[in-house]
Design a protein around this ligand. Structure first.
Ligand SMILES: O=C(O)CCC(=O)C(=O)O
Ligand SMILES: [Fe+2]
Length: 375
């Protein structure tokens, strides 16, 4: 069953979904990777690629799964994917993925072997760390999907810890490597997409939400792919033209942007419009994502399943999250479905002021014994 962790380990904007799709799908995507070019200390790169070059149908299906399972209902389709393969002992030093170069979110998909992503606060933000810690480590189990948005992109740097497998790999991963896909939308593509959505949206509330996203994107001027210099107006215009061409192709069905996994390939009920034939025909409306806003916190990661104590605590936190979700659904006037099954959402940063005070002992800070337990 898919589990969604919002603000995982207290890092705002870092959302994680575990156990979203089947091992058959994992194996297929893992094995379909392009020939890897070049290696940096055991980390090999097989990308980048985009929908008009090499883009397996499974990539599009993953994109739609991210929306359908509620991890990110308003996900802008990616137009860029980077494949990385990590040999045992390799790592990726902490860095930013610039908001000037990429859109709102970076999405990572973890295949073949678990990994650990770590977060280090940017200068001046050290107080975000629990006392005595210099990073926050988050385990990424096989088949998990993570989203870096908001503060996790702006106020934290992230890196991949030295790859040290803790579980035997599946038989089809003979080299015992971790493969990651990072899906991104380039900044100009993302802006063009949001504006087009805004134009066709008829619901006033949703239009306002889109406008807010557009306004927040405008704080970041687009930069060139190489070198990071600010793009000239002509360059921006060229990129806009290309983005519109790609989106037109999607609208005309020349790029099948609506592809879905089959129901048996995913671990949650697909919205009804997707389930019948594996994909939605062009122009069909997909039911709003199966998301509900949960609450509460979850200790540890999915790898902790053998630890009875944590399991028990997690079960009680999950029921707390469900209680909160029920309360919130009662308050919710947006008409979102409240009967979604098979998805558990937990929010590791409570957005309920009252709960926040209780959890922090009144000082407004997260209690560190809760947020940093992982592997
Ligand atoms: O391997 C990963 O999951 C993350 C890689 C990364 O941070 C990046 O490509 O920018
Ligand atoms: Fe990165």
């Amino acid at each position: 069953m898919v589990q969604i962790f919002r603000n995982a380990h207290g890092v705002e904007g870092l959302h994680l979904a575990t156990d979203c799709f089947s091992e058959e799908v994992e194996r297929r995507i893992f094995s379909a990777n392009r020939r890897y070019r070049g290696s940096r200390n055991g980390r090999e790169s097989g990308g980048p690629t985009g929908p008009t070059s090499w883009w397996p149908d499974d990539y599009t299906k993953l994109t739609n799964l991210i929306r359908d399972c509620g991890l990110l209902p308003g996900y802008v389709p990616p137009n860029y994917c980077l494949h990385l393969k990590y040999q045992v002992g390799s790592a990726f030093c902490h860095h930013y993925d610039s908001r000037h170069r990429w859109g709102e979110v970076i999405v990572g998909v973890n295949l073949g072997q678990s990994g650990v992503i770590y977060f280090v606060p940017k200068d001046g933000h050290e107080s975000m760390l629990p006392p005595g810690m210099n990073s926050i480590r988050v385990t990424l189990p096989r088949r998990s999907i993570y989203i870096m948005s908001g503060a996790s992109r702006l106020d934290w740097m992230h890196g991949i810890a030295k790859q040290q497998p803790t579980q035997p790999p599946p038989s089809w991963n003979k080299q015992n490597v971790r493969v990651s896909l990072t899906f991104r939308s380039t900044k100009v593509f993302s802006d063009v997409y949001l504006k087009r959505q805004h134009q066709i949206e008829t619901d006033v509330e949703k239009q306002a939400e889109l406008q807010a996203r557009i306004d927040s994107q405008e704080k970041f001027y687009p930069v060139r792919e190489y070198g990071g210099a600010k793009m000239s107006n002509d360059e921006v215009e060229r990129h806009r033209k290309k983005a519109n061409e790609l989106l037109d192709k999607m609208d005309r069905g020349e790029i099948r942007a609506q592809l879905r996994f089959e129901q048996h390939e995913v671990t949650f009920p697909l919205p009804a419009a997707c389930a019948s034939n594996g994909y939605v025909t062009n122009g069909a409306t997909v039911a709003p994502a199966a998301a509900f806003q949960g609450g509460g916190r979850l200790l540890g990661s999915a790898d902790d399943s053998d630890n009875e104590m944590k399991k028990a605590i997690n079960a009680s936190l999950r029921s707390l999250a469900e209680d909160r979700a029920t309360r919130r659904r009662k308050k919710d006037h947006s008409g979102r479905s409240s009967s979604d099954k098979g998805i558990v959402v937990v929010d590791l940063l409570s957005d309920d002021e009252e709960d926040q005070k209780k959890e922090s002992g009144g000082n407004g800070k997260m209690s560190p014994d809760v947020i940093v337990i992982d592997d």
